[in-house]
Design a protein around this ligand. Structure first.
Ligand code: FMN
Length: 205
């Protein structure tokens, strides 16, 4: 099974495992995440850089079959419910928005950036373990915040599905169509400039 689609978009070759990362919808619903794997994922998030080392992230961790997983799944958008229930773990990624009794927040302006970076590190660690990750924002954020009793100075931000990628055949037709769409990206010339905004960067060839 080709789990890496469209390798052309990854030229020049990226470092491992960036070169095999993508966000599948088809997960193996028999796979069980080992405690050691989960530990490594959270450890990767833990050691991500952050503004002033403020570490403004938290995660609710659900494993398929447990209450946290089911409680989060219940509030997902229908399009995400179509695939996320097969993942081995569903995490809620939460950023700090203000200081509180549990944790100071000296550099709040960067908390969303920092949480994103922690999620990216977790994602890359997952791929290094042979797992796949699919992040998502399509869910009822307020309901999830309430459901898990997340304090006001923390904001539920995204979901992170972790598991082992499976054949697209396990998906319903509509979800399978999305799964098989080519991956595309904006060209570097549209987002990297030098001199003046909009001017091409130095020669990359
Ligand atoms: C903040 C964020 C929100 C996303 N929301 C959803 C979502 O609700 N449903 C979904 O299927 N994918 C979601 N995605 C996945 C993106 O669609 C996916 O990363 C993007 O299309 C690039 O594909 P790739 O990760 O395979 O390279 C989200 C990703 C991020 C980072």
């Amino acid at each position: 099974m080709a789990l890496l689609r469209d390798p052309d978009v990854l030229e020049p070759r990226l470092a491992d495992p960036l070169n095999v990362r993508w966000s599948p919808r088809a997960f193996d619903d028999q796979h069980v995440l080992e405690p050691r794997q989960l530990h490594l994922l959270l450890e990767a998030a833990r050691w991500a850089p952050s503004a002033g080392n403020s570490q403004p992230w938290s995660f609710m961790v659900g494993l398929r079959g447990d209450e946290t997983f089911a409680g989060f799944y219940e509030h997902l958008a229908r399009g995400n419910q179509a695939w996320a229930g097969r993942a081995s773990a569903l995490l809620v990624a939460i950023r700090q928005t203000a200081s509180g009794p549990d944790h100071e927040l000296p550099f709040g302006g960067y908390a969303q950036y920092d949480l994103g970076q922690a999620a990216a590190h977790l994602t890359i660690q997952a791929h290094a373990l042979g797992l796949h990750v699919h992040q998502f924002a399509g869910f009822d954020h307020d309901a999830v915040q309430q459901r898990f009793g997340v304090p006001e100075h923390w904001a539920v931000t995204t979901g992170i599905a972790v598991g082992v990628a499976a054949s697209p055949d396990v998906l319903d037709e509509r979800t399978r169509e999305k799964e098989l769409l080519p991956r595309t990206r904006r060209p570097i010339s549209e987002f990297a400039f030098s001199g003046t905004w909009g001017e091409a960067p130095v020669d990359l060839s």
